[in-house]
Write a protein that binds this ligand. Sequence first.
Ligand code: AMP
Length: 397
Amino acid sequence: MNNILVVNCGSSSLKYQLINMDNESVIAKGLVERIGIDGSNITQKVPGKPDYKIETPMKDHVDAANHMFKALTDPTNGVIKSLDEISAIGHRVLHGGIKLTESVLVDQHVKDVIKECFDLGPLHNPANLMGIEACEKNAPGKKNVAVFDTTFGMGMEEKAYLYAIPYEYYEKYSIRRYGFHGTSHMFVSRETIKFGNLKPDAKVIVCHLGNGASVSASIGGKCVDTSMGLTPLEGLVMGTRSGDVDPAVLQFICNKEKKDINEVLNILNKKSGLLGLSGISSDCRDVESAYDKGDKGAKRAFDVMTYRIEKYIGAYMVALGGCDAISFTAGIGENDKGIRETICNQLSFLGVKLDKERNNIRGEARLISADDSSIKVFLMPTNEELMIARETLRLTK
Ligand code: AMP
């Protein structure tokens, strides 16, 4: 028995995957939605079986976890006979602050620190902790491991993680750059080295381009820099997030629009990015199809987004003192050959050369640069669940 259960809790949802670590295959995956509200339901997908879907009231995450374990052990639709066939549970946790810098076996201290970090991850950390406690209640004695989205960014040196604001704010409140999508960057940077047969200390830039987006620079899988900051708002232009702005913009909008700081931050998080610039949609596909029809707002949004990515890649090449490989991942990175081409064309003066035919692919690990490209370019699908399962196995073996 070598099955790891991976759990990712949101405020009203619980996503899970049961992974057989002998061959890293997914045995079952499921989603519990609308926890604590009308219409709670669970859907479980098992390869080769019809979907299992039940709608039943679930008042909290403990109820949700109970239904997850019931679905997994269901005599007809389940995949295991009892919970004994789960060796450990890995949890995605957003923020570990400066105290939890690595994946860790959960104990009371770990739960206390996750709670201390509610301020830093107000939308996610409370739900992540509820998920851990729900599993502890439903599967007593099972080992739980917390894998933090911030772990990868904790590899940054001080010069990369400090903001140039009075140092006392770092000392008092741990205000620094943490970086997010860390589990994805960790997975993709390591897989790029493995898949590409690169030297162990290869310099890799990963472009995680999804609804949320970030770039990272790493050496041998260790983070040198990453574009998100104290929160996921910093960095690239995203579906609805602005990415980098002059902080004075906030005050300016507050004064002009008679709004308070929370309202403006909400605008920067939820109404900016592709959506704000295009006025069309936060979804890259919608923006691109409008672009193809000649829509000016769509062109504007697309241009600002790709220019920002190109700028970050350039900066990170300097931060790394070179670059062996660039990998594209997540919804846009894995599916959108046009964006990969636009970005790589801008890097052509460095000798980066995409191979059009190789680039004509979606969602599959592949070298997409030409043989004579100065830097290898890959499409590398991300798999955060597998990374969490690997970390969980490593800590519980
Ligand atoms: P994620 O957050 O990783 O799920 O990525 C979501 C983003 O991927 C959205 O902006 C989608 O529009 C984008 N996306 C998904 N499929 C495609 C596609 N075929 N072409 C372009 N963008 C895509």
